[in-house]
Design a protein around this ligand. Structure first.
Ligand code: RBF
Length: 143
């Protein structure tokens, strides 16, 4: 299977850890390095268009979106989270393709780090497993 990972450049310490977790999990479960394609976008708000541009290529079995929006640090929190969660939901339906919401929305940077390879694991790993499960479900039901 082929996977795209779209990574937001805000809070890169966290998004890089999430990306590495997602990529390593895809490779661990059998994806080859050439079948995992990464592209960056400036912020989480741009994840929707970034994922849509990847979906338009019709060459991926799933797309993983990775971002971090920290509630305590921006009044834009609700705008960005609402937009990207709705945007990603719409892409799932528009392309009939798993587009995975790997966006952390914690209150603090420490909570983000705890979920990006810290005490609460790595949500990037979980996003990758979700991508694999949904791509497999799609293949099974469309066979
Ligand atoms: N993008 C993120 O991915 N995480 C953030 O925490 C975040 N905070 C922002 C706070 C403000 C005040 C603004 C204007 C933008 C923020 N962005 C953040 C960037 C946003 O996702 C997007 O890249 C820009 O709004 C340009 O469309």
């Amino acid at each position: 299977m082929r996977f795209a990972i779209v990574v937001s450049e805000w809070n890169t310490e966290v998004t890089e850890a999430l990306y590495n977790g997602a990529r390593e999990t895809l490779l661990k479960f059998g994806a080859s390095a050439t079948d995992v394609v990464r592209r960056n976008v400036p912020g989480s708000f741009e994840l929707t268009l970034g994922a849509q541009l990847m979906a338009e290529r019709h060459e991926f079995d799933a797309i993983i979106c990775i971002g971090v929006v920290i509630q305590g640090e921006t009044k834009h929190f609700d705008f960005i989270c609402d937009a990207v969660s709705k945007g990603i939901t719409d892409l799932n339906m528009k392309y009939n393709l798993p587009v995975i919401f790997g966006v952390l929305t914690p209150n603090t940077m420490q909570q983000a780090l705890d979920r990006a390879g810290g005490v609460h694991g790595n949500k990037g790993d979980e996003a990758a497993i979700t991508a694999i499960k949904m791509a497999a479900l799609k293949k099974e039901l469309e066979a």
